[in-house]
Ligand binder design. Structure first.
Ligand code: FES
Length: 159
């Protein structure tokens, strides 16, 4: 696992490779700072601390986080928690959640996390972008007539 830090007098940006889902939001939101092809991939002095904080908060996996070193506040987690099923990709979770393994051990998380729903991640329960490799397809939500008319669970069959 790589934990990288990029610092100015105003802000420290952290990047946790273990949590990166390759969504590319940072690259699109602030390309003058985030460029995966140009080491160091975070040029932390290329934009204001506010702009960087905004872009970091747009990282749905939580691989990016920041600490403010000036008088501005750190990120405030969303309340209530939201979960967005991303088309053909993970579940994007925003807000403070506790994620436990089956033994009750807590995974380290933060205010954002991307959870695998394709079943192919090698970093469960987190998305590691394997969904793209395997061509995972999510379908629009459809409530079947069978479900609408069911009288009991016995009337339901798996799709
Ligand atoms: S949804 Fe991304 S690896 Fe499964």
């Amino acid at each position: 696992m790589a934990q990288r830090r990029y610092r100015t007098d105003q802000i420290v940006v952290h990047w946790n490779s273990e949590r990166c889902a390759h969504s590319g939001f940072c690259l699109r939101n602030l390309p003058e700072v985030f460029d995966a092809e140009a080491p160091p991939w975070v040029t932390v002095d290329a934009a204001s601390a506010d702009a960087i904080a905004g872009a970091v908060e747009g990282c749905p996996s939580g691989a990016l986080s920041y600490e403010r070193l000036d008088d501005e506040p750190d990120e405030i987690p969303d309340e209530p928690v939201t979960i967005v099923p991303w088309p053909h990709g993970p579940l994007f979770v925003r807000g403070t959640v506790r994620i436990l393994d089956r033994h009750g051990e807590q995974f380290p998380t933060g205010p954002r996390v991307a959870l695998c729903r394709c079943g192919q991640s090698r970093n469960h329960p987190f998305c590691d972008a394997s969904h793209a490799e395997v061509g995972f397809t999510s379908y629009p939500r459809v409530i079947s007539d069978q479900r609408k008319e069911a009288e009991s669970p016995a009337d339901l069959e798996p799709r």
